[in-house]
Design a protein around this ligand. Structure first.
Ligand SMILES: [Zn+2]
Length: 699
């Protein structure tokens, strides 16, 4: 189980000090002795305050001062998303999802958990031990939403919730409804650190507070988070002789600590994150837990993804954040090894991750079952968050391709089109007759889960989405995502820049970018050519660009003038996709992709009497060129529908014997037309069978 016994604490500290000295030069020495920490409780901007961006200009992650970040985020408010693909989802998120989720949280006692501790509620503690995090993730979603719209009523309600949260903070700085009151004795024990999510809840409090701060400038919740770290965690927990170990039972605190550093400038938060990512061998942890929790051994000793999928994705996100601040080459090497494992052996075609329900976990290499797939919404979101950080570190398009894949498919599927019910699992095949929606529920989408991590996670993803469209670099501007939108921001040297996008993406492949600078300015505009867009073309002011490669950013270095126009053309046609033959479940089957959108079949769309389990798609050497597509504005919020010839097995397969000699007469089939809808839109009508992977026959 890795090398967690092989590196002693002393070796770690001296190695860490050495690598820090080498890679950070003028930065403060790596030290975790608690005397070096400041115990200031309020927002105390540290030594790089002079260079700190104003709060309202900080993006979804603030890499402006990260020495190993090639790309810097733009704030949510810098990008306005206009009428188009994402506008409906985002409007629904703010008008329906966020308000109804608040009601659900209230009705299920999540706020009473706080009120109980100050005598304002007589209700018993409700929900699992990590329930506080659901409140924080919801506040996170409100924070980003407030950057796009002024929502005074929502702001007022959230301010009031934040006051109720911070009211329970103990003088020690401790704040967690599950471990206050009658469970104080269990607090931060080894067992409870492994399973009790105290650091996880603190991480979400910090992330939510930062989103809220970046929208409002209000530090109330962030101050509380800092007080818990400065006054409770740092003096008592860490590698020092008088400190107890920290186990990141569910990784999350790592990326929160680094974002807190990026917001306050207090370097000790990076050092604490580094300590947590390294693990602490003073406590012996069951090797199975080390695997499941994706923590407890030095992160760079990991060689593959395993264990609980969300934990692994959050650990990788935090480790990438740590790399962005420290440049530790061992981290970068491991992150790339794990990313190859993800994309070559572990990721669903939808960008979802987590093959097994048992442990909500990664399976073995190429173990990617469809109906049994776990594919938790949070894991696809974790995948996007990790790849966003890898993209910031490298500027490489392959990471943005994964973001797009997860966003349009495995994440977008997680929320119903009306924004009020959610998938916890996102399987790639489903039969309502098996009553296998979620832990015995027949419904794949539900308004509430007692483990309600996914709904507010989806909400914060959609409300922060504008921040993922662009990044700035030293030499210019990167365009990652395409939809009708307006960027109003500036290059890193302060030159104001506006970019308007006009498109029907993802239904059509043409994107018109109008670049507006106040006066001619030389810089490089990097436009992402998606990995799927073979044969893409690009014109600047009517002249074709050369050197276009799918799966890379096209750098266009020139003196840009006001009103310059870039037209990107991505070939947008349906394609038939096969999997690596080692994916046993997909052998003999194909999936359908059109641009970034993965399609599926729902039985409700097929001619009557056709069961999905009795169809095959007819594949000719024209490989998908026979698809007919039609945009249906009134179907499922407006979707492209694909049709293709297929075959239907004449005798219902259920009537055939289980096994037949292969030399026997080929099963009789009749021709039939198969209909496909985007995967993200499935399960929004009456319960119906669904599948992404369909057997094929050669014509
Ligand atoms: Zn979840």
């Amino acid at each position: 189980m890795g090398s967690h016994k092989e590196v002693s604490r002393r070796q770690f500290l001296s190695a860490a000090a050495g690598s820090t000295a080498a890679s950070l030069l003028a930065r403060p020495a790596f030290s975790l002795a608690h005397e070096t920490f400041s115990n200031a409780g309020t927002l105390d901007v540290g030594s790089n305050a002079a260079a700190m961006l104003p709060w309202q200009d900080q993006g979804v992650i603030n890499t402006a001062n990260s020495p190993y970040a090639k790309l810097h985020s733009v704030p949510v408010h810098a990008v306005t998303i206009d009428e188009g693909f994402w506008s409906k989802r985002r409007a629904t998120n703010v008008e329906r999802s966020i308000p109804t989720m608040r009601q659900e949280l209230e009705e299920h006692g999540r706020m009473d958990n706080f009120r109980r501790l100050v005598g304002k509620s007589s209700e018993a503690q409700k929900g699992p031990y990590f329930s506080d995090s659901d409140i924080y993730k919801w506040i996170d979603s409100v924070g980003w939403a407030l950057q796009s719209d002024s929502l005074p009523e929502l702001r007022r309600k959230t301010d009031s919730m934040i006051r109720e949260v911070v009211a329970i903070q103990e003088p020690s700085g401790y704040l967690n409804t599950y471990y206050q009151g009658d469970r104080v004795a269990l607090r931060m024990s080894q067992h409870d650190q492994e399973v009790g999510h105290e650091m996880y809840c603190l991480g979400h409090m910090i992330q939510g507070s930062i989103a809220y701060y970046r929208a409002t400038g209000d530090t109330t919740l962030m101050d509380a988070g800092q007080r818990m770290i400065d006054n409770f965690v740092l003096p008592n927990y860490g590698p020092g002789p008088n400190q107890k170990p920290i186990i990141s039972g569910h990784p999350e605190i790592e990326m929160a600590l680094i974002e807190l550093y990026r917001t306050t400038g207090k370097r000790q938060y990076v050092e604490l994150a580094g300590y947590v990512l390294h693990g602490d061998d003073r406590w012996t942890i069951d090797p199975q837990h080390i695997k499941y929790m994706f923590c407890g051994i030095p992160f760079p000793s990991r060689t593959k993804l395993e264990g609980h999928a969300v934990r692994a994705m959050y650990a990788c996100s935090g480790a990438t954040d740590y790399y962005l601040e420290t440049g530790d080459p061992a981290y970068w090497k491991t992150l790339n090894v794990l990313w190859e494992d993800l994309t070559r052996r572990q990721m669903y075609i939808t960008g979802g991750v987590g093959a097994r329900s048992e442990g909500e976990a990664f399976g073995n290499a190429y173990e990617l079952p469809n109906a049994q797939a776990y594919g938790e919404s949070c894991a696809a979101i974790g995948n996007m968050m990790w790849n966003w950080r890898m993209l910031a570190a490298s500027g490489e398009s392959k990471f943005a391709d994964v973001i797009e894949r997860a966003l349009y498919n495995g994440i977008n599927s997680g929320m119903s089109l009306d924004g009020t019910t959610y998938c916890y699992r996102n399987p790639l095949a489903f039969d309502p007759a098996t009553l296998d929606g979620f832990r015995g529920s027949p419904n794949i989408r539900n308004a509430w889960y007692d483990v309600t991590c996914c709904p507010p996670n989806l909400e914060r993803t959609f409300s922060s989405l504008p921040s993922y469209f662009y990044s700035t670099s030293k030499d210019g501007l990167y365009v990652h995502l395409y939809d009708n939108s307006n960027l109003d921001w500036h290059l890193q040297d302060g030159t104001p820049i506006k970019v308007q996008q006009k498109t029907n993406y993802p239904w059509e492949g043409s994107v018109k970018l109008t670049v507006n600078v106040s006066e001619p300015k030389e810089f490089t505009l990097y436009a992402r050519i998606p990995g799927w867009a073979n044969g893409a073309s690009v014109m600047v002011n009517g002249k074709s660009e050369a050197g276009i490669k799918s799966g890379e950013y096209l750098p266009m270095k020139r003196t840009w003038k006001p009103g310059d126009v870039v037209v990107l053309n991505f070939p947008m046609h349906a394609e038939i996709v096969a999997s690596n033959p080692r994916v046993a479940e997909d052998r003999g089957k194909v999936a359908v992709r059109r641009g970034p959108v993965i399609f599926c079949m729902e039985e409700v769309d097929q001619s009557s009497g056709i069961a999905l389990s009795d169809v095959a798609i007819t594949v000719s050497e024209r490989l998908g060129k026979e698809f007919q597509n039609e945009y249906k504005p009134d179907l499922l919020g407006g979707v492209e529908v694909l049709r293709h010839e297929g075959k239907v097995f004449e005798s219902a397969s259920a009537e055939q014997p289980l096994y037949m000699a292969t030399g026997a007469e080929a099963p009789r089939t009749r021709p039939g037309t198969l209909s496909f809808i985007p995967y993200y839109a499935w399960a929004n009508r009456k319960p119906s069978a669904m599948q992404v992977w369909t057997p094929f026959v050669r014509s």
